[in-house]
Design a protein around this ligand. Structure first.
Ligand SMILES: [Fe+2]
Ligand SMILES: [Fe+2]
Length: 170
């Protein structure tokens, strides 16, 4: 059975994942409107993924005799400066999520809650993947600068990434 400390920490994480999903949806919408359909597709896929993360924790809490709370979500910003800023925001948010996951792992360890540790290990790996991915795109965007052709090509690459993501999920 989950301790009340871990139940609370996991419910807070549910809120964070829900907010991440909503934030990615906002980034997707902006990219869609500004003529970056590939990047939009990528962020739409990210939004789906964050929703899955949320549900993974949600179901875990209830399966372990805790009480999962359906989160209220704050409205994320809707306007951004450029594609580069979108990815900087994404990476910044992923880093916050990583810190939060690490903290839950620490709490679970102190309580010898091996099930929660196991769940958190999955998230530790997932966070590494997400941060690496965002950093890679940011590095590319730095090379491209505001070169239109470069941005156009990167958008095509993002469309491919989004398609691969969907295939992986099927
Ligand atoms: Fe997540
Ligand atoms: Fe994420």
């Amino acid at each position: 059975m989950l301790s009340s400390t871990l139940n609370k920490a996991l419910n807070d994480q549910i809120v964070m994942e829900a907010y991440a999903s909503s934030y990615y949806l906002s980034l997707a919408s902006w990219c869609d409107q500004k003529g970056f359909p590939g990047t939009a597709a990528f962020f739409y896929a990210q939004a789906e993924e964050e929703r899955e993360h949320m549900m993974k924790i949600f179901m875990f809490v209830n399966e372990n005799e805790g009480q999962a709370i359906s989160p209220g979500v704050n409205e994320p910003p809707a306007d951004f400066e450029n594609v580069g800023q979108c990815f900087e925001i994404a990476l910044g948010h992923e880093k916050k999520v990583t810190a939060s996951i690490n903290n839950i792992m620490k709490l679970a360890r102190e309580e010898n809650d091996f099930r929660t540790m196991n769940l958190m290990q999955w998230f530790v790996d997932e966070q590494l993947e997400e941060e690496t991915q965002m950093q890679l795109i940011i590095d590319k965007l730095k090379l491209i600068g505001d070169n239109g052709v470069g941005l156009y090509m990167l958008d095509g690459e993002m469309a491919e990434r989004a398609a691969t993501k969907e295939e992986e999920e099927e």
